[in-house]
Design a protein around this ligand. Structure first.
Ligand SMILES: Nc1ncnc2c1ncn2[C@@H]1O[C@H](COP(=O)(O)OP(=O)(O)OP(=O)(O)O)[C@@H](O)[C@H]1O
Ligand SMILES: CC(=O)N[C@H]1[C@@H]2OC[C@@H](O2)[C@@H](O)[C@@H]1O[C@H](C)C(=O)O
Length: 364
């Protein structure tokens, strides 16, 4: 592929919330966004989710065939609906993320998916970064740089993804390349929706605290919030990253509280983690653009607005799609890999030098 030659790439993301797979088309040369295309979503059934949940953390280990089958089948079914894609970026399902220990593992077989779809597939995006001393996450920041330029931003701004885990990217849109010095600073902020989902699933059998309905009725327990913020993760300088369940202690901190107070306190914890993270920004951002499912939670959004001195707005306000940004990111990164361009840098993952993660499998 040549510079400036755009192709239609299809990105697919199965996030830490285990709700389903997002897929989105993007017209890009791996540097600029030329156009956004169609998107799709396939929710995991309750049975499929249970199989994936049982596999979380079990890597390396035997007995992952059922989970791999779910990941492969659901992706093949969804991605077959995009016959016009030239290239696929396949993230897979993170089972374990422990960059300085066991490593990072995204369940999925890109070679088999390439065969099933009859298209080249870029996959295994994180392990090269980890092998070079990086965190392997977050990887969306290079795409956030492209988005900042696409929306015509002129001054530094932040993107916040509120998924199962939260991640923040400070972007200087004046930087010529995402791996230029001073272009980006990125890191995971802390837990976001995953522990709230776990709380309401355990106690009430719900998927999530929809629209913050429970948190809205509760009171934040300040003592629990303080204990949470005393965790050493918040004193660590970025880059830094997290696994979905690294903050299992949150459930203990709210165990004695009523359902509503526990939900309010956990929502405040997610917001406070972001506010702590914002202090690392190299310069104050002109706005915080929020993507990921948490932007639908008005209680979380209000807490962020109240605690920050820049506007906190959903990415839809600047013409982006907050449900699809991660899938689009892996379409963008796939094209970068195909072009031999880096996908992470010291300022996004702490890797020793800019590196292109991901391997390409072609159908035979
Ligand atoms: N209306 C809503 N009210 C409250 N929470 C919501 C709402 N809609 C979505 N969410 C939360 O957002 C989550 C899904 O977010 P998202 O799809 O961004 O996560 P993900 O991509 O799986 O995670 P990650 O970015 O960590 O990989 C849901 O599990 C739920 O907790
Ligand atoms: C190891 C892993 O899968 N991490 C996810 C997770 O979900 C949010 C946050 O933690 C982020 O670090 C990352 O996902 C996004 C897509 C990223 O890499 O930018």
């Amino acid at each position: 592929m040549l510079k400036g030659q755009a192709i239609w790439a299809l990105g697919a993301m199965s996030g830490t919330s285990l709700d389903g797979v997002d897929a989105a088309m993007l017209h890009t040369d791996g540097e600029r966004i030329f156009d956004f295309g169609t998107c799709g979503y396939r929710a995991y059934s309750a049975e499929e989710r249970a199989v994936l949940r049982a596999a979380l953390g079990r890597w390396p280990g035997p007995g992952l065939e059922a989970a791999l089958g779910v990941v492969q089948d659901v992706h093949a079914e969804l991605l077959a609906q995009f016959p016009n894609a030239d290239l696929v970026g396949f993230h897979g399902q993170t089972l374990a993320h422990d960059p300085r220990g066991r490593g990072t593992h995204q369940l999925g077989d890109g070679a088999a998916l390439a065969q099933a779809l009859g298209k080249p597939v870029v996959w295994d995006f994180r392990s090269a970064d980890v092998a070079l001393g990086g965190e392997g996450a977050p990887l969306a920041p290079f795409f956030h740089w492209a988005c900042a330029r696409w929306i015509g931003a002129e001054r530094p701004l932040c993107f916040l993804n509120l998924g199962g885990v939260g991640n923040l990217t400070w972007v200087n849109p004046a930087a010529a390349k995402p791996d230029s010095e001073g272009a980006l600073l990125a890191f995971d902020t802390g837990p976001a929706n995953a522990p709230i989902n776990d709380l309401v699933a355990d106690r009430l059998g719900l998927d999530c605290d929809r629209d913050g309905a429970l948190a809205r009725k509760g009171r934040v327990e300040e003592g629990a919030l303080e204990l949470f913020l005393a965790e050493s993760f918040f004193r660590k300088m970025p880059p830094k990253s997290l696994d979905r369940d690294d903050f299992a202690l949150m459930l203990d901190l709210v165990r004695e509280l009523s359902d509503a107070d526990a939900a309010a306190t956990m929502t405040a914890m997610a917001a406070a983690a972001v506010m702590q993270g914002m202090e690392h920004c190299p310069s104050p951002p002109e706005r915080l653009l929020v993507t990921g499912g948490g932007r639908h939670n008005p209680v979380m959004m209000r807490m962020l607005s109240a605690g920050l001195d820049c506007p906190v707005i959903p990415v839809e306000d600047v013409g982006l799609d907050g449900d699809m940004l991660e899938a689009q990111a892996f379409a963008y990164l796939a094209v970068r890999v195909a072009r031999g361009l880096p996908t992470s840098a010291p300022s996004t993952t702490g890797v020793a030098a800019p590196v292109g993660g991901g391997q390409i499998s072609r159908p035979t």
